[in-house]
Design a protein. Structure first.
Lengths: 543, 215, 99
């Protein structure tokens, strides 16, 4: 308590120091504290999913199934998929950076529905606990996609528990999305018109719309899987005349838009980083804003591209294929606009920018390979091979995770009041970039050569590429472990940061670091457009 | 206590602003419910297209009288709920309280009738997964129809029960004077939810009961 | 915007309308019209839903955002329905097994 009094003499109370004790954290309705609660959960699940991946890659060092038996391998890739998709990627940026920053960026004192926000965390943790129980008590072997009738009739693993856990975390997702939509509509400060909002908000709005409209279908699909499994009735299995492809339609109706839930927030982060570290407004702001909405909408029209070889009709497949090409357009627009923003900008080579530029390159590769798999003919060759795995990992890891790390570093001074160690952070970013490419680029080649996914064994001629991939994964693991260590270290020992260490535009930089509990003493009135570096030179202390 | 619930939460500019926000939040939640039930309707639609005859036979297992009465019962509860909210907006606390209690009673009557129906199905051995027998040529499709019937009406009953629970809480809060003519947003929002549950029932009646009417 | 006070008469009229539609759908159901039966039943359900949403839930009087939300939800359901059915309806159109 003496140490606390000393700090209070030096600085005004902020959201971290204002109240103490475990109850003030577990019963908080402050969006900033809830964001930290989520960071704790998200990081834990990332580690669990990462361990599963590590074990898989260790198994794949040799062509034979020697480290684990095939059933265990099935459980490993299922655990990796379920944990990474539902408990890490879908919630990551929205519940951490989104929760923390959205009220600050729009000039509000909190989200519209703070208690709902806290409830969403408890639902998330409950879902996580149940799923971890399923994994720890023997695992699930259906793959994160739960295809029927294996998952409903023939699998002897804890499918029901996993389904319940995911069902719950889906509701957490809906609560978060609902809160964000209501907040962005209702709580913008005076003068903060839609087209003066930072692009981070547009991305999160689009993400929230996808969460609201897609997740309920996943929920009801998992419910049907539960009913079929528990009561032994054939909704999705052929005994009673059920259609396994119907399950796939319903599952992918959510799970395809889910990948946009996973990437849109990261794109929002990248917009912020590019603008801040080029000291320029994002080129084509309106186009980037509407691209977020377009991705959200078009993303709902393409789910059948996961079912080209599953038995859907040819005409339906053709329609989904053409629609899948259209969804690449708004993503490309964003990449062009970010590049144009960097051009002739005043570039500052900070760690967040390294992650952002890494994002642009890797996301582009991932996106282009998406066009490959969207083509019916090529997909017949590469579907269910490592080509698809490399494609989506380039976007999810090379894209979404790098955006998350970049954003975490960029806003770390605001969240913690401290700066991270710069040299170490840059080194970690480069290690991540190197490790990532070593891990996943060989997988494009392996997939093209024909190596199937979800197999623990493979022909010996592919061992070399698999060894490179595993080596890369180890390096990537080191790259992820470094921020975990130095960010935690900097919480207590890092140099203190001022309100606006990056001299960036945005309302979040107008409040102290860390912010006070109620964010703004007086509701700000917004008169500048977004990223008005040109018009705000004096205020930001730029020459 | 009344002033605590009337108090403007710090993030809102005015009571109207706060009320609007609650309404938007509830409508967004109902949008998720449309997709939730919608997923089941789509599955039902696909199977009905493939197995029309079997599904019609399944519909013949429905007790049309109870189904139709239940529909009228729910409509009545919607009327009483709307009148309850209207009473509150006129400041008539007692009338609101009574109308809310009537609404709850009618809701419970619906559930009672529903369980009577479920019991008839059980007696007739038409409960998939628990006790199902059929001598029809289309037994598989009939069972599939009944699976959708039990899941959809079951979900509807769960939603209705939650609605009854929330309405009961609202009735208590009305009785102790938490609401006023100018502020009764939780009550309005409860009403929106209640009516939505009835909309779902309208469609359940159409797909499960109507096909069984004709020979 | 504090919620406006509605006349009892509107609610009672809506109620009568709902019951009337119920009676209509029950009567029409006795006539065997083949596939038209389901179409009629759903159309009547939609009308009942519209009365509930627009009058009893005050959908007609809410702000634009709320009406956009209603429209959006219906549109998205339509997307789910249409694209799923597009698969099932077009199966077997190409003389290749399994397509």
């Amino acid at each position: 308590m003496i140490a606390t009094a000393k700090i209070e003499a030096v600085e005004a109370p902020n959201y971290l120091t204002e109240k103490h004790g475990i109850k003030s954290w577990l019963l908080t309705i402050d969006h900033k504290r809830i964001a930290l609660l989520y960071i704790f959960g998200i990081t834990g699940f990332f580690v669990i999913g990462g361990v599963a991946a590590l074990l898989m890659r260790l198994e794949l060092l040799t062509p034979a199934t020697d480290l684990v038996d095939p059933e265990t391998y099935n459980k490993l890739f299922t655990a990796h998929g379920i944990v990474m998709v539902f408990f890490f990627l879908v919630p990551s940026i929205p519940t951490t950076l989104g929760n923390f920053l959205i009220p600050l960026m729009i000039g509000a004192k909190d989200l519209a529905l703070p208690k709902l926000n806290l409830a969403s965390w408890y639902v998330y943790m409950a879902g996580g606990a149940i799923t971890l129980y399923a994994i720890a008590s023997g695992g699930v072997d259906t793959g994160w996609t739960f295809y029927t009738p294996f998952s409903t009739v023939y699998s002897t693993t804890h499918v029901a528990a996993a389904a319940i856990g995911i069902f719950l975390v889906g509701f957490s997702s809906i609560m978060t999305g609902l809160n964000f939509i209501v907040t962005i509509h209702q709580l913008r400060a005076p003068g903060m018109t839609w087209f003066r909002m930072p692009l981070f908000l547009w991305s999160h709005y689009a993400t929230s719309v996808v969460m609201i409209l897609g997740t309920p279908v996943l929920a009801v699909t998992l419910l049907m899987v539960l009913v079929e499994r528990v009561f032994g009735v054939g909704i999705f299995s052929p005994e009673l005349g059920g259609d396994p492809v119907l399950f796939q339609h319903m599952f992918w109706f959510y799970s395809h838009p889910a990948v946009y839930i996973m990437i849109l927030p990261s794109m929002g982060v990248v917009s912020e980083l590019i603008a801040a570290f080029s000291r320029k407004a994002v080129f084509g702001y309106v186009f980037v804003a509407f691209s977020s909405i377009a991705i959200a909408v078009l993303g709902f029209l393409v789910w059948g591209h996961h079912m080209f070889v599953a038995g859907e009709s040819v005409y339906s497949a053709m329609a989904f294929s053409i629609l899948s090409y259209t969804v690449g357009v708004p993503s490309a627009i964003k990449v062009f606009n970010w590049s144009a923003t960097l051009y002739k900008g005043s570039i500052a080579w900070e760690t967040p920018l390294i992650y952002a530029i890494g994002f642009i390159g890797l996301f582009t590769i991932g996106g282009l390979t998406g066009l490959f798999v969207a083509a019916l003919g090529i997909d017949v060759h590469v579907t269910d091979t490592y080509f698809v795995i490399a494609h989506f990992h380039y976007i999810m890891v090379g894209g979404a995770v790098m955006g998350y790390l970049g954003g975490l570093h960029y806003w770390w001074p605001k969240i913690s009041g401290r700066m991270y160690p710069e040299a170490l952070a840059k080194a970690a970013a480069l290690i991540v970039f190197l490790g990532f490419n070593l891990t996943f680029f060989p997988q494009f080649v392996l997939g093209w050569l024909g190596m199937p996914r979800r197999y623990a064994a493979y022909p010996p001629e592919w061992q070399f590429l698999n060894i490179i991939s595993t080596a890369g994964a180890t390096i990537l693991g080191v790259g992820y472990a470094l921020p975990l260590v130095y960010l935690t270290w900097s919480w207590k020992y890092g140099p203190r940061a001022g309100a606006n260490p990056w001299r960036a535009t945005g309302l979040e930089w107008q409040v102290p670091s860390p912010p006070p509990t109620h964010n703004f003493e007086v509701t700000p009135i917004v008169t500048h457009k977004a990223y008005d570096y040109a018009g705000m030179k004096e205020q930001l202390g730029l020459g | 206590m009344a002033s605590e619930s009337l108090a403007l939460r710090e993030q809102f500019g005015s009571p109207g602003h706060q009320r609007d926000t609650s309404a938007v939040g509830m409508w967004l939640f109902l949008a998720t419910e449309v997709l939730f039930f919608g997923g089941l309707f789509v599955g039902f639609g696909v199977y009905r297209m493939y197995y029309t005859q079997g599904f019609v036979e399944g519909a013949r297992e429905m007790t049309l009288v109870i189904g139709s009465i239940n529909t009228a019962v729910l409509f009545t509860s919607c009327l009483t709920m709307s009148l309850a909210i209207r009473s509150m907006s006129q400041g008539n606390q007692f009338r609101t309280y009574v109308l809310l209690l009537i609404t709850i009673g009618i809701g419970l009557a619906f559930i009672a009738l529903k369980f009577v129906e479920y019991y008839f199905h059980y007696k007739a051995h038409k409960v998939p997964g628990i006790w199902f027998e059929s001598s029809s040529l289309y037994a598989g499709a009939e069972e599939l129809f009944l699976v959708y019937y039990f899941v959809l009406t079951g979900l509807h009953v769960i939603h209705l029960s939650i609605g009854i629970g929330i309405t009961a809480v609202m009735a208590v809060r009305t009785a102790i004077g938490r609401f006023s003519a100018s502020w009764h947003t939780p009550l309005e929002v409860t009403g929106i939810y209640w009516h939505f549950v009835d909309i779902i029932w309208c469609f359940l009646y159409a797909i499960f009961y109507i096909p069984g009417f004709h020979k | 915007m504090i919620s406006p006070v509605f006349y009892t008469r509107n609610y009672v009229l809506a109620y009568v309308g709902l019951l009337g539609l119920l009676l209509l759908s029950a009567l029409l159901a006795f006539i065997n019209m083949g596939w038209v039966n389901m179409f009629v039943a759903l159309a009547i359900a939609a009308m009942q839903g519209a009365i509930l949403a627009l009058v009893m839930m005050h959908g007609l009087f809410e702000k634009v955002l709320v009406r956009l939300i209603i429209g959006g939800a219906l549109l998205w359901f339509a997307i789910l329905f249409t694209l799923t059915f597009a698969d099932y309806i077009t199966r077997g159109w190409v003389p290749i097994a399994g397509k």
